[in-house]
Ligand binder design. Structure first.
Ligand SMILES: [Mg+2]
Length: 123
């Protein structure tokens, strides 16, 4: 059994890179779902069972911070959310955590870093 992972990023290339990072880290994934922004991410969550969410921060329509907040408001037991971003100031990380994110993976990342950050959320 692998993990069902939702990747939310407005760059298709970055979504590919994140998928490859999980594969290179040896994380078993049974299903990848993708979304372009927070709004699409919410729609995916309505229709799909997801074990882990990896979300960009800077996106059109609904950014990652608002996405995390919206999930917290609409789901009683949401899957863990890990932000994946190059926007890694203390302020932004603190804001993401306050809104409900549980981890932070900085771009660019190595396979080792992917495993280190995601390990607590994989069982
Ligand atoms: Mg972006």
């Amino acid at each position: 059994m692998g993990h069902r992972v939702l990747i939310v990023d407005d760059s298709p290339t970055m979504r590919r890179i994140i998928m490859r990072g999980l594969n290179q880290a040896g994380i078993p994934v049974s299903e990848f779902t993708e979304a372009n922004d927070g709004l699409e991410g919410l729609a995916v969550l309505e229709k799909n069972q997801v074990d882990l969410i990896l979300s960009d921060i800077n996106m059109p329509n609904m950014n990652g911070l608002d996405f995390v907040k919206a999930i917290g408001e609409s789901h009683s037991a949401p899957p863990p959310i890990v932000m994946v971003s190059s926007e890694c100031s203390e302020d932004v990380m603190a804001e993401a955590m306050t809104r409900g994110a549980q981890g932070f993976l900085k771009k660019p990342f190595t396979a080792e870093k992917v495993m280190e950050v995601l390990k607590p959320f994989l069982d």
